[in-house]
Design a binder for this molecule. Sequence first.
Ligand code: ADP
Ligand code: AMP
Length: 226
Amino acid sequence: MSHKRAFIFLGPPGAGKGTQAKRVAQRSGMAHLSTGDMLREAVSRGTELGKLAKPIMERGELVPDDLVMKMIEERLARPDSAAGFIFDGFPRTLPQAERLDGILESAGFGKPVVVDLSVSHDKLLRRLTGRWTCSVGGEIYNVYDAPPKTPGICDNDGGKLVQRADDRAEVVKERLAAYERATKPLTDYYQRQGVLHTVDAAANVDEVSRALSEIVERAERRDGHL
Ligand code: ADP
Ligand code: AMP
């Protein structure tokens, strides 16, 4: 039987979830759903949610579960889920994971395929402090490992590259602590459900991408999507 498919990209801030989710979404037609991007958009638009989330994100802490779940439920009600979803940066706490299980089940999704992008903390610091993002299309660069052709300018659309306020060293420390405290336990949660895959995300972007493609294609074959 063919189910709608949900992929979950787990892993610490800076592991490469956004970079890889964009690639998989482009290849597969699945919708890329990053709660970080959605929250940053709410902040820049100055919505009620954005006003609540802004100071929390600036401190590197997690936005409360109820706010995140409401945002996700509204997003999932939009009709572009036919090819499935790639969740990036969500769920981030055990209550979010449990509530997502319920949503997926009642919306007719199969069990999610969860991929943990695993990478050591010293590499994460370099990735986060070197990250620059296109202010127009959201393309992700790294001044050390994946620089744009012209400094400060996006290769794709010529947009201005910007650095995230929460990629400063002091905030990064708190974000990594929040990951260890609240999000890392999700690997055990999904391991127990038998849906966890681990990918060595210390490898270069193309190698990580190949490993992820294999997992995605295997899941699609199993579900009769290929
Ligand atoms: P996340 O979404 O997990 O926070 P990103 O995809 O934004 O992570 O990547 C964080 C930074 O690391 C970016 O600057 C990106 O260009 C860089 N990056 C991503 N994957 C790799 C990789 N495999 N090797 C080196 N740098 C990477
Ligand atoms: P990210 O872009 O995934 O690094 O997320 C940036 C920030 O947004 C985090 O440091 C949190 O403050 C907030 N955030 C993103 N996703 C979630 C989530 N699922 N739960 C709680 N907070 C989140």
